[in-house]
Write a protein that binds this ligand. Structure first.
Ligand code: F6P
Length: 407
């Protein structure tokens, strides 16, 4: 009698390179495993790198008309399918095939290979050019691009993507699939026609922002802070620089691959000493994390605003969350861009164990309230000191908020 495999699940990732497939695959594996569901990832790229190393970094290897390349890639894909099936047949419950799988033909092969098992296709879609660009810049740091100058490696990776685009066929005919906006964790389309094991759980993982350890820091003291001036782009004072050094010491034994900052000098100057004590860390400045734009009040002190523009001063006091500075922003109107910044940071950090954001007072309030529900009217009053940082854990299984001193 044939074995009944209908409770075994094969998840098949689909999407162009740099669309967040591996991050989603890891997130699924980690969460399923925490729930004691034996799960494993079968990644074609990793296998290819192990077998062939650098000689598969040239874009021509991915040309669908390059017969030798196609043959090798098919062999790798098949080896992984075979391993995945063996895993499912020997106690495994969920096998995740992490590869582009962009052609219908490849997916049909997988369907017939896993005949009798449940199959769920997850297509990752993200066409945000800026994110793609940053993502590609990071990907070319992989050992397979070691022999190439950076700009050439970027070019080569883009050409590889174009080859995949030329054979791309979006999910449509498959029996069970989800199309996911992988930047915004949003399900764009869902077609489920059989009973997929753990689907409720998987669906929740797909749409939930999760961060293992986020260190949320406010920049060190600036010359503007000394005078109580808002906005602008001032630098750190000697005390601010000492604070940055102290942060660097505090975090030097944690591995922080990414520090996201705003585009303002004060956040970058705070991040630099931290990066310098890390073996492998990049600073990524994002416009979305710039401090609230106070429009006509930029570079003024609160006292100057009170005496020179009392209508602004008192109106803001009345309803600080919704008030919008003339020619600038308010907390309410900033929300969308800060949320976008958080999504970008999470996407780019690819599920890293630790990530750091160095932001500003108002921005950090918004970031905190993204993870921790606060009534909107309370958000502009959240305490954001310069001598402490917030440690945030937000996963499906754990939520933690801690304000910690670093000196
Ligand atoms: O003073 C520092 C600062 O980051 C300003 O640039 C910004 O306008 C302000 O804090 C935001 O805080 P609040 O909303 O309480 O005025």
């Amino acid at each position: 009698m044939a074995a009944d495999n209908s409770d075994k699940l094969c998840i098949v990732m689909v999407g162009l390179p740099a669309r967040g497939k591996s991050t989603i695959a890891r997130k699924l594996r980690e969460n399923l495993t925490k729930d004691r569901i034996p799960s494993r990832i079968f990644n074609n790229g990793q296998l290819r790198r192990r077998i062939r190393g650098q000689d598969t970094s040239s874009p021509e290897f991915y040309d669908p008309n390059n017969e030798a390349g196609v043959r090798l890639r098919e062999r790798i894909a098949l080896t992984n399918l075979d391993r995945a099936k063996r895993f499912l047949n020997s106690g495994g419950q969920v096998a995740i095939i992490d590869a582009t799988n962009v052609s219908r033909k490849r997916r049909q092969k997988i369907e017939s290979f896993f005949n009798g098992y449940q199959i769920l296709f997850i297509e990752c879609i993200n066409d945000d050019e800026e994110i793609l660009d940053t993502s590609i810049r990071h990907k070319v740091r992989l050992p397979e691009f070691k022999g190439l100058p950076r700009e050439l490696a970027i070019e080569s990776f883009k050409r590889r993507i174009d080859y995949y685009k030329s054979i791309y066929s979006p999910l449509e005919k498959e029996r069970n699939f989800v199309k996911l906006d992988s930047l915004n964790n949003r399900i764009l389309m869902e077609e489920i026609s059989t009973r997929i094991p753990f689907y409720d759980l998987i669906r929740d993982f797909l749409v939930t922002d999760s961060v293992k350890n986020l260190f949320l820091i406010r920049h060190g003291e600036t010359y503007f802070n000394l005078e109580d001036r808002i906005g602008g782009d001032s630098s750190l004072t000697p005390k601010g620089l000492r604070q940055a050094q102290a942060l660097a010491q505090y975090f030097k034994n944690k591995s922080i691959p990414f520090i996201f900052t705003s585009k303002k000098k004060r956040t970058i100057e705070t991040a630099e000493p931290i990066r310098d004590l890390q073996p492998n860390c990049s600073i990524i400045p994002l416009e979305e994390f710039n401090e609230i734009n106070s429009g006509v009040c930029e570079c003024m002190t609160y006292e100057e605003i009170r005496t020179q523009m009392p209508e602004v001063y008192y109106a803001r006091k009345q309803d600080k969350y919704n008030y919008v500075y003339p020619g600038g922003e308010g907390y309410a109107t900033m929300k969308e861009r800060v949320d976008r910044g958080i999504k970008k940071a999470l996407f780019l950090s690819g599920g890293a164990e630790n990530i750091m954001i160095v932001g500003h007072r108002a921005v950090n309030r918004m970031i905190l309230s993204h993870f921790l529900y606060r009534r909107t009217e309370d958000v502009p009053y959240i305490y954001i000191p310069q001598d402490k940082f917030y440690h945030i854990v937000a996963t499906q299984y754990k939520k933690l908020f801690q304000l910690k001193p670093y000196e």
